[in-house]
Design a protein. Structure first.
Length: 225
C-alpha cells in the first residue's frame, strides 16, 4: 500500500494526559526518562484504529537545529496495523554530561494510509515529547525532591527562576498571589528562565508545581518575590 501517494501531510503537536494520542495512535507516555544506569529507554506505540499507520520517529536537540542528537531509535520507521503495538527502543550513541540531566525532544509522526481514491487529504500528526537523560549518579533523587532549591525573583515585568540543581525542572503550574502565569515551561540545570508576570502583579507569594517522572503534577511549593 502506498502511504504517501496523492496525500497532503499536515503537522501538528499534541501532548496531554498520561499518554499521548496521534488520532488513532496511542503513545505510552508524555515523556521519557532515560536512566543512565541502563543501556536503553523505551516507549510503546499502539494502534487501536482501523487505519494502518506509517510511524516515523527521531530525536532532536533542544532548539531543533541541524546538529545531530546523540540517540538512536529502533525501529525509526515501521508500519503499524490495526490492534498492533510496537515498542521503540532509544539508545545513547554519544557522550553526555554525567553531573546533570540533559534535555532532548522525541518526535513520533503517524502517517495514515492513503485511501484508494483521487485527491484525498491525509493528515500526519506529530507528537513531540521530552526525552530527559538522567546520569547514573543522580539515581534515587527526583526533581520533586530538590524543587525547594529553585530561586525566584522579579525581573522587570517577568518572573525569573534560577535552577542550581542538576535536574530539568518542568512546571505544570506557576502562580503569583493566586494569579496563574499563562506561559510556563521548564528551566534547565544551572540555567535561568523568565516567564511573563500577570498584569498588575509585581511582588508576592509564588506557588509552583513540578511535573514528576510520570507526567503528573507534584505537590505545591511556595516561595516569595
Amino acid at each position: 500500500m502506498n502511504f504517501l501517494r496523492q496525500t497532503f501531510i499536515v503537522g501538528a503537536f499534541i501532548a496531554a494526559g498520561i499518554s499521548a494520542a496521534n488520532a488513532g495512535v496511542i503513545i505510552g507516555g508524555t515523556r521519557v526518562i532515560y536512566d543512565g544506569n541502563k543501556k536503553e529507554a523505551s516507549i510503546s506505540v499502539s494502534n487501536p484504529d482501523a487505519t494502518p499507520y506509517l510511524i516515523q520517529s527521531w530525536v532532536e536537540t533542544q532548539n531543533g537545529g541541524a546538529e545531530k542528537a546523540p540517540f538512536v531509535i529502533t525501529p525509526p520507521l515501521y508500519r503499524l496495523d490495526k490492534d498492533q503495538q510496537n515498542v521503540e527502543r532509544i539508545m545513547l550513541a554519544g557522550n553526555l554530561p554525567q553531573d546533570k540531566e540533559s534535555l532532548y525532544w522525541l518526535n513520533i509522526k503517524a502517517i495514515p494510509s492513503a485511501p484508494k481514491k483521487e485527491n484525498s487529504l491525509q493528515i500526519a500528526i506529530k507528537t513531540r515529547i521530552k526525552l530527559i537523560y538522567r546520569p547514573a549518579g543522580l539515581k534515587g533523587v527526583s526533581p520533586e525532591d530538590v524543587a525547594e532549591k529553585l530561586v525566584w525573583r522579579r525581573s522587570g515585568n517577568n518572573l525569573s527562576v534560577s535552577n542550581p540543581t542538576p535536574y530539568v525542572m518542568n512546571f505544570s503550574l506557576v502562580s503569583v498571589n493566586g494569579r496563574e502565569l499563562e506561559e510556563v515551561s521548564y528551566v534547565l540545570p544551572g540555567a535561568t528562565t523568565e516567564f511573563p508576570l500577570p498584569a498588575g502583579v509585581s511582588v508576592g507569594t509564588v506557588m509552583f508545581k513540578v511535573i514528576n517522572d510520570y507526567g503528573g503534577p507534584g505537590k505545591a511549593h511556595n516561595a516569595s518575590i
